[in-house]
Design a protein around this ligand. Structure first.
Ligand code: OOG
Ligand code: MG
Length: 253
């Protein structure tokens, strides 16, 4: 099986909401192959008319690394088809076994085409918001290796972004909650995201340059979850609340 074949399997699994067995259990491939597979599978989405809207970082917190048993930073691509409106509806049947996680999202003001140090990264940012990421591994039981999850575009499936706030707000230690039907089911702090969510954007810039992806003005960058992710069920109302940034919500229908 070549990399293109694997890309097709993963893309079809996502498109048809049908899980597949972990690829690496039968075909081993490297981390750099995994990013090539991701690129090829996202190209299939572009061919169907989807547009890149930004990037997401993954495994930027211990809580996530431990939940999934993967201990390296990963990054994936977000398209317009994955974006939901704040307060809108998430159609459950589009997904295999969706999970929600509370995140912080950055809106990029100025193109990033080179690595940027922490001391300068804020100059590239227009706004910061509370967000929910919907992850939906294409692998049965959400079981994957580092290479598998990278090839699967880091489980990216959906996102919803709250109101943009000023990038001048301090975000290094904000309380973050995932709330389902009024109950806080996960609680964490933004400090869990690489010590400071700005570090996640620095890492995104560095990785984008390494893999030849430009972060254009208007892109959104998800910093990665500060807590474990939680499975969703039809009928639930899910929201993410980030101290000082506000609350963002979705209804699972
Ligand atoms: C991989 C995606 C990880 C995050 O925020 O850490 C991620 C997964 O857990 O399936 O999005
Ligand atoms: Mg995430």
């Amino acid at each position: 099986m070549n990399l293109q074949d694997i890309a097709k399997i993963l893309d079809e699994a996502a498109k048809n909401a049908q899980p597949v067995t972990q690829i690496s259990s039968e075909h081993s491939f490297s981390e750099s192959d995994a990013y090539v597979i991701q690129q090829k599978s996202i190209e299939r989405r572009y061919a169907r008319g989807e547009k890149l809207i930004g990037l997401k970082m993954g495994f930027t917190s211990k809580a996530k690394m431990e939940q999934m048993g993967v201990h390296d930073l990963i990054w994936g691509r977000l398209t317009d088809d994955m974006l939901y409106k704040d307060g809108g509806q998430l159609p459950f049947q589009k997904f295999i076994h969706p999970r929600a996680e509370p995140e912080i999202c950055f809106l990029i003001k100025k193109e990033i085409n080179t690595a940027v140090p922490l001391s300068e990264i804020k100059n590239y940012v227009e706004g910061i918001a509370a967000a929910i990421e919907i992850i939906d591994s294409r692998y049965q039981n959400f079981k994957f290796s580092l290479e598998d999850v990278i090839a699967d575009n880091c489980s990216s499936a959906g996102l919803v972004i709250g109101e943009w706030q000023s990038p001048d707000l301090p975000i290094d230690d904000l309380k973050i909650e995932l709330i389902i039907d009024g109950e806080a089911v996960q609680t964490g702090t933004s400090a869990a995201i690489l010590g400071n969510p700005w570090e996640s954007l620095v890492a995104a810039a560095r990785l984008a340059v390494r893999y030849g992806e430009t972060i254009t003005a208007g892109s959104v960058i998800m910093a990665g979850a500060a807590t474990s992710a939680v499975y969703l069920k039809k009928g639930q109302k899910v929201s993410a609340k980030v101290e000082s940034l506000g609350e963002v919500s979705l209804e699972v229908v």
